[in-house]
Ligand binder design. Structure first.
Ligand code: ADP
Ligand code: ZN
Length: 518
């Protein structure tokens, strides 16, 4: 294909089929690279405009572009969207009759289709036309699904390496919104496109403010937060179906209109919740992670994580559903230790448990950070932010550091005195001199440090213990009922008077609410 010839076609094609006057950053470069038949890995945030990167070339290539996509549910929407724009697209899957399937195959052999969307499971049935006689280009959507390093691994994606072997001269464009460095490497290796050029558009969504709060009294905090933003739409992500429903009841009890969304609802129920949200009939959706994939709503003003997400990729994708119109949006994450412990339990038995634990650990570090959160987030995706962002809670009210040596000594000696067998809750109860049954039964009220910390609140003790864990002075024995244990560094604090710096607990949410928003 002549290079100059198609270059002239790019803008007119963009206008004619998509109605846009200009490309977004990188789109034109990516499209040119694809048309030059080079392999590409495209990392672009959700809503960034990935689809055009293969849909537009499909209009210029002489034969069909194969699009591998994981979700049959989303394929129909994409195909309908293409057809509405005058692009000849179809999907191929097991829900179709053999007549329908045959009809599609015939169209491909006649080069009558620009795009064919297929789930990896259905590819064997297309084997006869998966060759260079009929296919001009291959797009792998949600490419992170191929990698067990990614956050949404799908075994059916692992076979895709055969495509390059079978069609060595056909360009492959792999696209995803979320892939850290290790995942990117794994994607190109598994697809046999290690020479692919990597196009990484900035992940920075400056308009989304980032805030993390301790989870105590989260419902109260959420009510406060919503109260300040009565007219805006938002999503509250929860870990379980049950939590979404309980939260909806609590919000309703306060006169707010909210819907629950999770995989336990029927298709019709889910569609209704989505539509009411998109058309602003319901402002608040309490959802599991099932909500959001493929939802195109530009004016989501806030995203709350009621529970801690499993990893940074998931968190980033979910907060990315806020502020797509470029106007200010808020992301609020509640950090609870109980959540971390539960998420850790979920990793048990997984074949890639170590990867999952490492990812959870990064998520936890983000939540407990005392430096600019956006810097941490972007560094995770391989981007370096030169300046602090000024739009996260740490930048807006930097934590105050103080000499916490005495506090640390009290905690560590309590851990030592209960012989490293008790979890955080009991350690705090001992420090505060609690008189509950567990303490009395175990005889812990006779311990020397019993009650020496009654002047510090339960919540603040928890805050300090988390910091000691993060600084390596204590650790949690997950295999032993989450008992707190000492580390090699604890001795320095207990016996050699090593100094420990701690930060003051964070203020309550009301004080930092954003008064600018309506
Ligand atoms: P992604 O797949 O990266 O999540 P999409 O391809 O669905 O994103 O694009 C998100 C939105 O941006 C869509 O509504 C799309 O039409 C729009 N869009 C894409 N490219 C452009 C462009 N060059 N100009 C204006 N809007 C665009
Ligand atoms: Zn910041």
């Amino acid at each position: 294909m002549s290079l100059t010839k198609y270059k002239e076609q790019l803008h007119p094609t963009l206008k004619k089929y998509f109605g846009y006057d200009s490309f977004r950053p990188q789109q034109e470069t990516i499209i040119s690279s694809v048309l030059e038949q080079k392999d590409a890995l495209v990392i672009m945030p959700t809503g960034g405009g990935k689809s055009i990167c293969f849909q537009l070339p499909s209009l210029i290539f002489p034969k069909t572009t194969l699009v591998v996509s994981p979700l049959i549910a989303l394929m129909k929407d994409q195909v309908d969207g293409c057809n509405a724009n005058g692009i000849a697209a179809a999907y191929f899957n097991s829900s179709q009759s053999s007549e329908e399937q045959q009809e599609i195959i015939t169209k491909i052999t006649k080069s009558e289709l620009n795009l064919i969307y297929v789930a990896p499971e259905s590819m064997p049935a297309l084997d006869n036309i998966l060759n260079e006689t009929y296919i001009s280009c291959i797009a792998i959507d949600e490419a992170h699904c191929i990698s067990s390093w990614g956050h949404d691994f799908r075994p059916s994606y692992q076979q895709l390496g055969f495509l390059k072997k079978k069609m060595p001269n056909t360009p492959i464009i792999a696209l995803t919104a979320t892939a850290d460095k290790a995942t990117r490497q794994d994607i190109v290796t598994q697809l046999n496109i290690t020479k692919a050029e990597q196009f990484i558009t900035s992940f920075d969504r400056k308009n989304i403010s980032l805030t993390v709060r301790p989870a105590d009294g989260r419902v109260e905090q959420i009510l406060n937060f919503i109260d300040k933003r009565p007219k805006s739409s938002g999503i509250i992500y929860c870990l379980s179906r049950k939590t979404t429903e309980q939260l909806v009841s609590k919000l309703k009890a306060k006169g707010l209109k909210a819907d629950a969304y999770h995989a336990g609802l029927s298709f019709d129920e889910r569609t209704k919740v989505q539509e009411n949200f998109i058309f602003d009939k319901t402002k608040i959706v309490c959802a599991t992670v099932a909500f959001g994939m493929g939802i195109d709503k530009s004016n989501v003003r806030w995203v709350i994580h009621y529970n801690m997400p499993k990893n940074i990729e998931g968190y980033y994708q979910e907060i990315g559903r806020g502020g797509r119109d470029g106007l200010a949006a808020s992301a609020l994450l509640f950090h609870s230790y109980a959540d971390v412990i539960q998420l850790r339990r979920f990793t048990e038995g997984a074949s890639n448990q170590e990867v999952q634990i490492a990812k959870l650990e990064r998520m936890k570090q983000f939540a407990e950070a005392t430096t600019c959160r956006r810097k941490i987030l972007l560094s995770y995706f391989g981007e370096l932010l030169a300046e602090n962002c000024g739009n996260c809670d740490v930048c807006k009210s930097p934590p105050q550091v103080f000499d916490g040596t005495v506090i640390a000594q009290k905690i560590l000696s309590t851990i030592a005195r209960v012989k490293e067998t008790e979890a955080t809750g009991v350690i705090i109860d001992v420090l505060r001199g609690a008189k509950n049954a567990a303490i009395i039964e175990k005889g812990l009220e006779t311990i020397k440090t019993y009650g020496i910390g009654h002047d510090i609140s339960w919540k603040d003790w928890q805050h300090y213990i988390i910091q000691l864990i993060n600084q390596g002075y204590a650790e949690i024995a997950f295999q032993n009922h989450n008992a707190l244990q000492l580390t090699a560094f604890s001795k320095n604090v207990l016996f050699n008077a090593a100094k420990v710096s701690l930060t003051k607990p964070i203020e309550a949410l009301e004080k930092i609410g954003n008064p600018k928003e309506k």
